[in-house]
Design a protein around this ligand. Structure first.
Ligand code: MD3
Ligand code: FE
Length: 220
């Protein structure tokens, strides 16, 4: 066993990305998607050309602050009647754009790196944040198979992720998610309450004033 001063230096940008356990079944893969950032963002542009970003209405009648679109066989939507996965974009009347191959491969690779081999998502929800946009504490439980993990990819401006517990009242901890960070949530962490604090203003080289988040899910 050796220890020297190099151990105290900041990580070389070329070293493999670190994996940080976040909780039972949940890991942060720091920078896992960093090199893919511009290709992923270009694909987001193509998806949103077919199914534009929109502010969904919650069952309670509130307009969501985050703008959303989807790609893949299923898309998450909300309206006055409730939340659901739908194979058709209600705004265009057409199926959601196909999931780009680079998205599918990244989700598979990240899930495997986190210990969930063979992840085959049928939905990718794309969230767009501008300064001030927030996502209040919620659980994701509209998916039929809660054994599959969710893979999330952060692009553009950094955000503070709020990570609570299994009860809404559990006080959340705060985790900074930056461009290229990938988080895999499975096992006992799949049903934790979580959210995003209001986005701070900034200027990112690839997205300007935006944060984009991809969440890959197996819904059926
Ligand atoms: C933990 N999105 O779309 S991604 C969501 O950054 C959502 O846009 C946030 O929460 C965002 O539902 C957070 C991280 C995330 C996604 C789903 C989870 C964490 C999760 C599901 C269960 C537990
Ligand atoms: Fe969520």
């Amino acid at each position: 066993m050796t220890f020297d001063l190099f151990d105290a230096l900041p990580a070389d940008p070329d070293t493999p990305p670190a994996t940080e356990p976040l909780g039972p079944g949940a890991v942060v893969l720091r920078g896992f998607a960093r090199d893919l950032g511009s290709a992923l963002l270009q694909a987001v542009g193509e998806v949103s050309a077919g199914s534009p970003f929109r502010h969904l209405i919650t069952p309670g009648g509130l307009r969501m602050s985050v703008a959303m679109t989807n790609c893949g066989e299923q898309g998450w939507v909300s309206d006055r009647t409730g939340y659901r996965y739908d194979p058709v974009d209600p705004d265009t009347g057409r199926p959601w754009p196909a999931m780009p191959g680079a998205f599918r491969q990244l989700a598979l690779d990240a899930a495997e790196a986190a210990g969930y081999p063979g992840f085959a998502p049928d939905a990718c929800l794309i969230n767009r944040y501008l300064p001030g946009t927030r996502l209040s504490l919620h659980q994701d439980r509209d998916e039929l198979d809660l054994r599959a993990p969710i893979v999330s990819v952060s692009l553009g401006l950094p955000a503070i992720f709020l990570w609570g517990g299994l009860r809404r009242a559990d006080r959340p901890s705060r985790v900074r998610l930056a461009h290229g960070d990938v988080v895999v949530w499975g096992g006992p962490s799949r049903l934790v309450f979580h959210g995003i604090a209001p986005l701070a203003a900034g200027d990112h080289a690839l997205t300007g004033s935006e944060r984009i988040n991809l969440t890959f899910r197996k819904t059926h």
